[in-house]
Design a protein around this ligand. Structure first.
Ligand code: HEC
Length: 213
């Protein structure tokens, strides 16, 4: 081997090692706590890796579902039910669960997301993003978690993601009624119901005035 080739080889190995160390340091910060925010290098590497991992023909796919007010409503309520727990009804990602994820769900209204192609958004919804909290929702999963039959539901969600920046107050309020309820909300609802029942005195024996304590 020529001396110059050897020098180039050693140079390449050193550059490779330096890069590997930089990435490792970047990924292993904050004791792997999920409360941290990814470093810029990590976010850059992750975004580009994801871009490369999504097949080119998937990125170029066109939305086969025609947009309409009905489709928007369906997708909106679907989003409220399945996605808002992490992404928020407005797509901001400001939710208690979103805050605790690493990486956090991005604000879906910003250019970083809006500049992705329809096909790319569709692919992400169907397949999820590995090493993140973003689940796969496609119908052909084996764990039964996904039910986006034929991908139609995911394409409708792509239309909704495009609409997020113009979400009206009325639409957001409607979504709130479709957000999954946790035990606390349900307990509160029960209390309200009980309260209302007590407030309307029916001809029940206990509510007889003479027998009140
Ligand atoms: C358990 C939490 C969680 C749920 C539920 C969830 N997501 Fe996500 N989502 C994430 C996280 C975390 C990311 C960021 C992934 C990354 O950094 O690559 C993400 C990323 C995305 C992205 C890519 C945005 C971008 O710019 O990189 C899209 C689109 C998306 N989600 C749509 C949806 C839709 C639609 C649903 C409902 C069908 C949904 N998500 C449900 C956590 C969630």
């Amino acid at each position: 081997m020529k001396r110059s080739t050897l020098v180039i080889l050693i140079g390449l190995v050193l550059v490779g090692m330096a890069l590997a160390i930089a990435i490792a340091v970047s990924v292993l910060h904050d004791g792997l706590s999920a409360k941290a925010t990814p470093t810029r290098l990590e976010a850059f590497v992750a975004r580009n890796a994801r871009h490369l991992a999504i097949p080119g023909n998937a990125r170029l796919m066109e939305n086969p579902v025609l947009d309409s007010p009905e489709i928007q409503r369906e997708a909106r309520l679907h989003f409220a039910d399945h996605c808002a727990i992490c992404h928020g009804n407005d797509g901001s990602g400001d939710t208690p669960i979103g805050e605790g994820l690493y990486p956090k769900p991005p604000d879906l209204r910003l250019p970083a997301t809006q500049n992705l192609s329809d096909g790319e958004l569709f692919w992400i919804i169907e397949n999820g993003v590995r090493f993140t909290g973003m689940p796969a929702f496609s119908s052909n999963q084996h764990n039964g978690a996904g039910n986006h039959g034929n991908g139609q539901d995911s394409w409708k969600l792509v239309h909704f993601i495009r609409h997020l920046r113009h979400l009206s107050e009325a639409e957001r309020l409607e979504m709130e009624r479709y957000n999954p309820k946790g035990p606390e909300d349900r307990a509160e609802e029960e209390e309200e119901k009980e309260f209302l029942n007590e407030a309307t005195p029916k001809a029940k024996p206990e509510s007889h005035p003479g027998r009140r304590k």
